[in-house]
Design a protein around this ligand. Structure first.
Ligand SMILES: [Zn+2]
Length: 324
């Protein structure tokens, strides 16, 4: 399948039908370029099929529900980042997020112990500040073993067939987590920005994780001019090395020094194209694989109780909520 050839001299990446699984928007403790609605409209207008909203400070599951209710013609999903604001790796918070239709469970980001070690504190990224700052953060390992609540959360992710994302854990924590996740039946695992400062995985470790079934999530922001934490060549070489079926591209956008998410995703995909990655491989990384991770072909997300009755069995289930 060929996408987006143009008469102006070279191939252009076409965003139609693409999915961005990693977008930051307001409300957030960090300054943001857009709010949830604005970025959903921008993504929809750029032709995207679905987006996932991520917030370091609260669950985005209900925010996504209201956003997709109000913005037509795009699927909007959320998840939960397990930072201090939700009680770190808190099974009750994860259970609620997944039963409300959450798609991604992100391990601690700016509140991870490893993040604090590398950045000097929890709660900020240097230029992105505004969270609660502490010298210590959360570690998933205790005496070399995964904490009980971490294993409980892995079981919940497996039960809901949700996505586990490794975020800012240390390389050793990520390996222990992914190996255990596979044993607990977690099918969908994203290795969040493997080459960013946290975790900054080496290729052998990343390859080991991909062989276990994980997918590497590469971010535009990592190569953006302001952060420049990784290079376009490293990302393109990693895609060639791991195989495009083991990688996805996302924007991770939302900072005021970066383009709005769909444009950041387009730039990133276009850079990969110009580094020799094929259109088919780019399509896999921005369309087919993210769509499979979000189960987009199993039916549209529910927008309202009225819609549930209209769609009937065609609606994607919100989870087996037996509550009244
Ligand atoms: Zn992010």
């Amino acid at each position: 399948m060929k996408h987006g050839t143009t008469g102006f001299g070279a191939d252009l990446v076409d965003l139609r039908g693409a999915v961005d699984m990693h977008i930051h928007s307001h409300p957030c403790m960090f300054p943001r370029l857009t709010d949830d609605f604005e970025v959903a409209v921008a993504a929809r207008d750029a032709g995207l099929r679905a987006i996932v909203l991520k917030c370091h400070h609260e669950s985005t599951v209900s925010r996504a529900y209201y956003t997709r209710t109000i913005v037509p013609d795009i699927e909007v999903y959320g998840g939960i980042v397990l930072n201090s604001y939700v009680g770190y790796v808190n099974p009750a918070a994860v259970d609620a997020a997944l039963r409300f239709g959450g798609k991604v469970v992100w391990m601690p980001t700016s509140d991870a112990g490893y993040h604090a070690q590398i950045h000097g504190s929890t709660g900020n990224y240097g230029t992105q500040a505004g969270g609660i700052e502490n010298a210590d953060g959360y570690w998933v390992l205790e005496d070399g073993k995964l904490k009980d609540e971490v294993v409980e959360v892995l079981k919940l992710i497996a039960e809901h067939n949700a996505v586990l994302a490794t975020c800012h854990l240390s390389p050793a924590e990520i390996v222990a987590l992914v190996e255990r996740a596979r044993k607990e039946g977690v099918e969908k695992i994203l290795i969040t920005h493997p080459f960013y400062k946290v975790p900054n995985l080496d290729m052998a470790t990343l390859e080991h994780l991909c062989k276990l079934g994980a997918i590497a999530e590469f971010i535009y922001t990592g190569v953006s001019p302001f952060w420049a934490a990784e290079t376009v060549d490293n990302v393109a070489n990693a895609i060639r090395h791991l195989g495009a079926d083991r990688c996805i591209l996302v924007s991770d956008s939302g900072q005021r020094h970066n383009p709005v998410a769909p444009e950041a995703l387009r730039l990133f995909a276009q850079m990969m194209l110009e580094k020799g990655i094929s259109q088919d491989d780019i399509s896999l990384m921005i369309r087919e694989t993210p769509a499979a991770l979000l189960d987009l072909d199993k039916g549209p997300a529910v927008r309202s109780p009225v819609e549930i009755s209209r769609l009937g069995s065609k609606a994607a289930p919100l989870g087996d909520c037996a509550c009244s």
